[in-house]
Design a binder for this molecule. Structure first.
Ligand code: MN
Length: 717
C-alpha cells in the first residue's frame, strides 16, 4: 500500500526545497476528512488521493498541484468546505480543489446538448488553470486502475467517458503516459474478450519476445558504442489499444500484426538522434515511407522524435523511435513537462505560449459559437484530427488538421485572407477550394477585395476557425439584410402617415417598445421587422399618441392590399432567404417562379424580399448589391400558379381534351382564356395550380400528346 513517504520521496527527487510541511499537512487533513471511508475495493479511501498525488509527482508538478490532488475529494465527499481549504492552504489551492470538484460534476454520458455544454465548461476550466485538468486526469487514471470493484454499468460508463473525453485530452496535452494507460484500461472494460485474447496471445510469446528484445538491444547498443554515441535502448510491446486499433483498421488477426515491438533509443543531443538513425539504417534495411521526422516537424502536442521501421534481424518489421531525453520527457508528460515546479507557472511564458495554442484556439472560438452542439462539433474536430503541415509562399509553417482545405489555410493566415479568398495555388498549380492539403504542400491564396465567404464552404472546411468565421460572416450578413428590409418596411409605413422614419426612431418610446418585445436595441427591432415578426404599424401605434396616427391618404385597406397582405402572410416560410425561413417575401410577377426553379432574391423598398427566377430579365436589370441568396424551403411545400400557353387547331372538343390532359395530372385549373387567331388557330392560356416544376413538366408533356396541339409552353408573365 502507498504511504506518505512514497510521495515525499518522489517530490524530493526533483524538488528538494519543496514545502514538505504543507504536503504533510494536506495529507493529515485529507486522512482526517476521509476517516472511516473506504473505496469499493475495501481499501481505505485515502489511498486514492495519495495515488493521484503520486502520479503528479512523477510528472514533477509543483507543490500546489500535489496538495490539491491530496485534497481533491474532500469537498465533494466529506464535510470540508472550500473556505476551510482556503484558510488552511491558501487561495491558490482552494481554486485548484474547486476546479477539480466542479469538473467532477460534469458528466459526459448525458444528451448531446448537455455534453456539449459540459465540454465547454471543461475547456474553460482548463484555460483558467491547466493544473486542474492535470489533477483530474491523475484522478481518472487511478479510478480506471481500480475500476474492477465497480458495478458493470459503472465500469462501462467510466471506461467510455475516458475513451471519448479524457484520453483524447491527455493526448492533446501530450501526456502519453496517461493516454496509453487510460486507453488500455478502457479497452479492458469495453471489449473484455478482445482484451483477454490479446493478453493470452501476448503472454504465450512472452519468453520468445523477451529473448528477441534482449538480442536487438545488444546489437543496437554495440553498434552505437562503436560509433561513440552514448545511448539507452529499451524495447517494449506496443500497448494493447494500438494493437487492437491495428487489427480493427486493417481487419487482420493478431498473427498478422507486424510491428508488435517498438524500440526506443534515448540519446543526449539532437545531432545524435540523426546519427542513431544512420546506424540503424546501416544495420537493417528501412521500409520506404515509414520514416517520420517529428523533430523537424513536431506534432501539435509538441511531440518530437524520429520514427523508422526496418526489416529486423529475423526478417520482421520493427519500429524504432529515437529522441533525446528532453524530448522523451515531453513525449511522456507533455504540457506537464513545462510546468516549472518552483515558480508555479510555465517557464518562459512567451516561448511556451505555443503550448497553450490549442486551448487558446478553443477559447477564442467558443466565444463566437453560441450553439453548444456546434461547439462540441468543432471541439471534437480539433481533438481527434491528426495534422498536416503546409507552407506559406514565404516558407512559414502552418499546422492544420488532416483534411483541411485552402480555405482553412487562408483563415489560419488571417480572417481577412479567408473572407477574401477566391482561389488557391498549391505547389504552383491552381486547385479547387475543396482540395485536401497534404503535408509539405506550399499554398498560395488568391484573394479579391470584393469577395465574400460562400455558404458552400461550410460543406468542406475542416478547421473550427474557418467554420466559425464563415458562419459568423454569414450571420452578420443575414442580419444586415434583414435590417435593411425592416428599414424599408418602416419607411413605407411612415410615408403613409407623413412621418420621417429617422425622426421616429429617435423617439424614446421606440426603445421602450423594443424592450417590451424582448429586443435589446432598435437595430434588432428593425431586423425583426425584416423577418416579418413585427409589423411597422404596431410600432407606430405604440410610439405615437392616440389620434396622431392620421393618414395622409386614406388608410382604408383596399381589397387588393388586404389580399396582398394575405398572400404575403401565406408566403412566409416557403422560401428561405439566406437560409432563414421566416423572412417577408413576395414572388416577382414578371417571372412567376414555381418551386424547383432556380431563384434569386431582391431586397425591395418596402415589400421585403421579392423572389425571381435567377435569369429573369427584370431581376438582371436590378442593383446587384441588393440581390441575395434564396432557396425553396423543402420543409414547407406550397402550390403556386403557373401560366401555360397552348396553341391548337380551332376545332370542337379541343378545350375539353386540353382540360382533361391537365386535370389527369391531378392539377387544378384556376383560370382559362381562349382567343382565335386569323390563321384559325386557338391561343389558350391556363393558370394551373402546381406544386413544382416537376409536376408542371408532366402537365406540359400531357398536353403535347393531345391531337391537334401545335405548341405548348410555360409563360412567365
Ligand atoms: Mn477522486
Amino acid at each position: 500500500m502507498l504511504r506518505l513517504d512514497d510521495l515525499l520521496e518522489a517530490v524530493a527527487a526533483y524538488n528538494p526545497d519543496a514545502d514538505f510541511d504543507l504536503i504533510k499537512k494536506a495529507y493529515v487533513f485529507a486522512a482526517k476528512a476521509h476517516e472511516g471511508q473506504k473505496r469499493r475495493s475495501g481499501e481505505p479511501f485515502l489511498t486514492h488521493p495519495l495515488a493521484a498525488a503520486l502520479l503528479l509527482a512523477k510528472m514533477r508538478l509543483d507543490v500546489a498541484s500535489i496538495v490539491a490532488a491530496l485534497l481533491h475529494d474532500t469537498v465533494e465527499d466529506t464535510g470540508v468546505t472550500l473556505e476551510e481549504v482556503e484558510r488552511l492552504f491558501g487561495n491558490e489551492i482552494r481554486q485548484l480543489v474547486d476546479g477539480v470538484t466542479k469538473l467532477g460534476k460534469i458528466k459526459f454520458t448525458t444528451s448531446e446538448e448537455r455534453q456539449a455544454e459540459n465540454f465547454r465548461k471543461m475547456i474553460m476550466a482548463m484555460a483558467q488553470d491547466i493544473r486542474v485538468i492535470l489533477i483530474k486526469l491523475a484522478d481518472r487514471v487511478h479510478n480506471m486502475r481500480t475500476l474492477d470493484s465497480m458495478s458493470e454499468t459503472k465500469q462501462a460508463e467510466i471506461a467510455q467517458e475516458s475513451m471519448d473525453i479524457y484520453a483524447p485530452i491527455a493526448n492533446r496535452l501530450g501526456i502519453q503516459e496517461f493516454k496509453v494507460e487510460m486507453e488500455d484500461l478502457a479497452l479492458k472494460f469495453l471489449k473484455p474478450e478482445f482484451y483477454r485474447m490479446i493478453d493470452e496471445q501476448v503472454s504465450e510469446r512472452k519468453e520468445k519476445r523477451e529473448k528477441y528484445i534482449t538480442s536487438v538491444k545488444e546489437m543496437m547498443t554495440r553498434a552505437m558504442r562503436e560509433n561513440s554515441v552514448p545511448c539507452e535502448v529499451t524495447g517494449r510491446l506496443k500497448h494493447y489499444f494500438s494493437i487492437h486499433r491495428k487489427m480493427e483498421s486493417q481487419n487482420i488477426p493478431f498473427d498478422e500484426v507486424h510491428d508488435l515491438i517498438a524500440f526506443r533509443i534515448l540519446v543526449d543531443t539532437l545531432p545524435q538522434c540523426y546519427e542513431a538513425l544512420g546506424i540503424i539504417h546501416s544495420l537493417w534495411r528501412p521500409i520506404p515511407g515509414r520514416f517520420k521526422d517529428y523533430i523537424a516537424m513536431p506534432k501539435a502536442n509538441n511531440y518530437q522524435s524520429l520514427h523508422t521501421t526496418v526489416i529486423g534481424p529475423e526478417g520482421e518489421r520493427v519500429e524504432f523511435q529515437i529522441r533525446t531525453r528532453e524530448m522523451h520527457e515531453i513525449a511522456e508528460h507533455g504540457i506537464a513537462a513545462h510546468w516549472k515546479y518552483k515558480e508555479g507557472k510555465l517557464a518562459g511564458e512567451t516561448k511556451d505560449e505555443m503550448k497553450f495554442r490549442w486551448i487558446r484556439r478553443l477559447l477564442e472560438w467558443q466565444s463566437e459559437l453560441k450553439d453548444p452542439a456546434e461547439f462540441l462539433d468543432t471541439v471534437k474536430l480539433d481533438l481527434f484530427a491528426d495534422d498536416v503541415y503546409v507552407f506559406t509562399p514565404k516558407g512559414e509553417l502552418k499546422e492544420l488538421p488532416r483534411g483541411s482545405t485552402p480555405i482553412d489555410f487562408a483563415y489560419a493566415v488571417h480572417t481577412e485572407v479567408g473572407n477574401a479568398c477566391v482561389g488557391a495555388r498549391v505547389n504552383g498549380k491552381i486547385v479547387p477550394l475543396s482540395y485536401k492539403l497534404h503535408s509539405g504542400d506550399s499554398v498560395e491564396i488568391l484573394t479579391r477585395k470584393d469577395m465574400r465567404p460562400n455558404r458552400d464552404w461550410l460543406q468542406f472546411v475542416k478547421t473550427s476557425k474557418a467554420k466559425a468565421k464563415v458562419r459568423q460572416f454569414l450571420k452578420l450578413e443575414e442580419h444586415t439584410q434583414s435590417k435593411q428590409v425592416g428599414w424599408e418596411l418602416l419607411e413605407q409605413a411612415c410615408q403613409k402617415h407623413g412621418l420621417s422614419p429617422t425622426k421616429l426612431l429617435k423617439e424614446p418610446a421606440v426603445l421602450k417598445y423594443a424592450k417590451e418585445n424582448g429586443f435589446k436595441e432598435e437595430e434588432s427591432l428593425l431586423s425583426a421587422m425584416g423577418y416579418g415578426k413585427i409589423l411597422p404599424e404596431d410600432l407606430l401605434g405604440f410610439v405615437l399618441p392616440k389620434g396622431e396616427l392620421k393618414p395622409k391618404e386614406s388608410v382604408k385597406e383596399t381589397t387588393l392590399s388586404r389580399l396582398a397582405r394575405k398572400i404575403a402572410r401565406r408566403t412566409l416560410g416557403q422560401v428561405k432567404v439566406s437560409g432563414v425561413s421566416d423572412m417577408l417575401i413576395s414572388f416577382g410577377k414578371c417571372c412567376n417562379p414555381v418551386p424547383g426553379d432556380a431563384i434569386t432574391g431582391y431586397v425591395t423598398r418596402g415589400k421585403g424580399v421579392s423572389v425571381h427566377v435567377h435569369d429573369c430579365s427584370k431581376l438582371l436589370s436590378t442593383d446587384p448589391d441588393r440581390r441575395i441568396f434564396v432557396e425553396w424551403d423543402a420543409s414547407a411545400p406550397i402550390s403556386r400558379i403557373a401560366k401555360i400557353k397552348v396553341v391548337c387547331a380551332d376545332r370542337p372538343g379541343m378545350l375539353q381534351a386540353m382540360t382533361e390532359a391537365i386535370t389527369s395530372q391531378g392539377v387544378n385549373i384556376a383560370q382559362a382564356t381562349a382567343r382565335t387567331t386569323e390563321e384559325h388557330n386557338a391561343v389558350n392560356t391556363f393558370d394551373v395550380e402546381i406544386t413544382g416544376v416537376e409536376q408542371l413538366r408532366h402537365v406540359l408533356k400531357s398536353l403535347e400528346r393531345v391531337k391537334g396541339i401545335i405548341s405548348v409552353e410555360r409563360v412567365r408573365s
